[in-house]
Design a protein around this ligand. Structure first.
Ligand code: NFS
Ligand code: SF4
Length: 627
């Protein structure tokens, strides 16, 4: 069996837990116990502290807050605030990168690596390119991109990339997003004490705010990251904690912003530093990634992936991490304290994510390369402090093939021997396979892992069953890393597929789970679904393609789920959104949005049941299309 089972992964975790106990370190599972049972009001979304007359909690005896807001208003307001926070996170991340693009120069630390992508975006935005310096064009493009955050009028530019039917739906429903900041601010305003109390309108603003993410901030983030650091291509790498090396200086980059991690990766390749590591008795420098940053650097450099969200403490618990350096998002504030139990240096780099106990080195684009070299040197200097008695590296790791943005997928489809010349550059070969039933459909599996359920298990079970049922999977974020750890992200995984999917994998030479990147790259998935729908001649809501987040946890995920629904794709959730204290909200997110966008959530905390729901949903789409 060329697969790592969940039981094996759990055995690794147990081994590391012993290491934690040996040094009296606390880990997330201890805190899960301390936090259980969770507060029912919070779980149901019916605690409001939006003003200081409260906090107000809704019970049978007290069905309204002091101002009179009911469970529906409170749950909907809290939910909208999550969408706003999630949209802010992805979009602020994108804005930082746009500033880097704006200041890129041939002599500076950041250069343009994908001129083609820059030129096509310039063309899309009608920026003159003829005879102009590429860096001047970049500045103009960046300025337009930055205006998407605060332009006084008009709607998001990337909306025009959606199917014509989608654009019409968004316009008719009044959910076309204006400037990104405007939608977030409107969401915050609407949820202020004494404003909207009608849940439906809060849900509508949630959709609009999320489109400003998926078809705004996130899409900008992905585009500009590709322009600066290169559009990803297919690469082979490895994943799981076994990528940490006993006799090398191990540096873990963790977070989301490639502006930071790209530089650290580049610095670790500098000969002067690798030589320096050797003078310290190490065989070299081993850079590995964690969480979405892992996806970013794996797709562009083949950097190996140490693991996903709930493995961040485990990485430190191996005792061989000389340094964990982080930028933004999904970073446990528990890490500096945990690092203190070992020799590990914990470095924060962003003013957005300051954590007590960390060494803070504020990363600046102007000095980035030098700073990255200093950071790497600091890690090398720390190698001698490693304590042999605390070392425990689980050997598990798997090969993985990563790097399938839409451009790569199209390229593979073009390679299908029997495709006609007029079908080049299109999704027609994939559509034909779906129409013929060789493929039943596709599922985008995304999101985090979450101790509310058996971590990684839901992902794993859902992926295996979908593959057996001839469903192609595209994956991003921490979900993609479950596939990596399991060994499902390589060509051999075709042996776990149904006959149809296996044939497609062989014909097109792809693994059955396509790694599309970080969570910010779920925008790529929206373009993939849109491309398929356009080439099919239908709207996105009609194609047998859906989204699934089996173990999501973050507010970013709430925003994502909303924009996927806005795009017309159903979203299957394995964790219940925190609105169950309101029957109206439960109805709105599962059924109500269908009347607005044609899609909604299907929620089931049992992964096997959720798979059944997905398969039924895909078959229903097929039937409606008459295939
Ligand atoms: Ni997505 Fe990436 Fe992972 Fe979840 Fe966090 S790393 S942006 S939010 S935990 S998938
Ligand atoms: Fe209570 Fe209303 Fe204030 Fe919320 S806004 S805390 S429900 S009084």
């Amino acid at each position: 069996e060329n697969i790592t089972t969940i039981e094996q992964m759990e055995a690794d975790n147990a081994m590391l837990k012993q290491n934690a106990c040996a040094v009296c370190a606390e880990t997330y599972d201890d805190r899960v116990k301390a936090q259980s049972p969770h507060c029912k009001f919070g779980e149901g979304g019916i605690c409001c502290k939006n003003c200081s007359m409260g906090p107000c909690r809704i019970t049978a005896k007290a069905p309204r807050g002091i101002c009179g807001a009911d469970a529906h208003a409170i749950a909907a307001r809290n939910y909208l605030r999550s969408v706003a926070a999630g949209t802010s996170s992805h979009s602020d991340h994108a804005r930082e990168i746009l500033h880097v693009l704006r200041n890129a120069s041939p002599e500076g630390n950041y250069k343009i690596r994908d001129e083609q992508k820059l030129l096509s975006l310039a063309k899309e935005w009608e920026v003159p390119t003829e005879g102009r310096d590429i860096y001047d064009i970049a500045r103009d493009v960046a300025d337009i991109g930055l205006m998407e955050f605060g332009k006084p009028e008009g709607t998001q530019r990337f909306v025009s990339r959606a199917t014509p039917e989608r654009q019409k739906v968004w316009a008719e429903q009044g959910i076309l997003p204006r400037a990104i900041d405007r939608e977030v601010v409107t969401a915050m305003h609407m949820t202020h004490m004494g404003n909207t109390a009608d849940a439906e309108f809060l849900v509508r603003q949630g959709l609009r705010t999320s489109i400003a993410n998926g078809w705004g901030g996130s899409m900008l983030g992905t585009e500009v990251t590709d322009i600066l650091f290169g559009t990803p291509t297919v690469r082979t790498t490895e994943g799981n904690l076994g990528v940490l090396e006993k006799d090398m200086v191990n540096i873990v980059v963790h977070g989301h912003d490639p502006v930071f991690s790209e530089m650290v990766v580049t610095a670790a390749e500098v000969k002067e530093l690798t030589d320096y590591a050797k003078t310290k008795g190490a065989k070299g420098i081993n850079i590995v990634g964690l969480c979405c940053t892992a996806n970013e650097v794996a797709m562009r450099h083949g950097v190996r992936m140490a693991g996903n969200f709930l493995q961040q403490e485990n990485a430190i618990l191996t005792g061989v991490v000389e340094m964990m350096c982080v930028d933004i998002q999904c970073i446990f504030p528990a890490l500096p304290q945990l690092a203190e139990c070992f020799h590990t240096k914990f470095v924060t780099s962003s003013p957005i994510a300051r954590i007590p106990g960390a060494t803070h080195i504020e990363f600046k684009p102007e000095t980035a390369f030098q700073q990255a070299k200093d950071i790497v040197k600091m890690a090398v200097d720390n190698y001698q402090n490693r304590e042999a008695s605390k070392v425990c590296i689980p050997p598990s790791k798997k090969n993985a093939v990563v790097g399938y943005p839409t451009e790569q997928i199209i390229k593979h489809l073009d390679g299908v021997t029997n495709s006609h010349v007029d079908e080049l550059g299109s999704y027609k070969p994939a559509i034909d396979a779906i129409k013929a039933g060789v493929l039943r459909g596709a599922v985008a599996i995304v999101g985090c892992n979450n101790p509310r359920v058996r971590p990684d298990y839901s992902h794993f079970e859902i992926m295996k069953e979908l593959l057996q049922n001839d469903i192609l999977i595209v994956a991003t974020g921490c979900a993609a890393q479950v596939a990596t750890k399991a060994g499902l992200l390589n060509y051999d995984a075709k042996y776990y597929c149904g006959a149809g999917l296996r044939r497609v994998c062989e014909l097109v030479h792809i693994p059955p789970i396509l790694h599309m990147g970080a969570c910010v790259d779920i925008s790529r998935m929206m373009l993939l679904a849109t491309g398929i729908a356009k080439d099919w001649g239908v709207d996105t809501t009609q194609i047998p393609v859906v989204g699934c987040a089996p173990e999501w946890m973050s507010e970013k995920a709430v925003s994502i789920a909303n924009y996927v629904v806005s795009t017309g794709l159903d979203v299957y959730l394995g964790i219940e959104p925190q609105v169950s204290g309101s029957a109206q909200m439960m109805e709105l997110i599962t059924e109500g949005t269908r009347k607005i966008t044609g899609a909604g959530y299907i929620i089931n905390t049992d992964p096997h049941e959720l798979v059944k729901n997905i398969l039924a949903g895909i078959e229903a789409k097929r039937t409606a299309l008459g295939i």
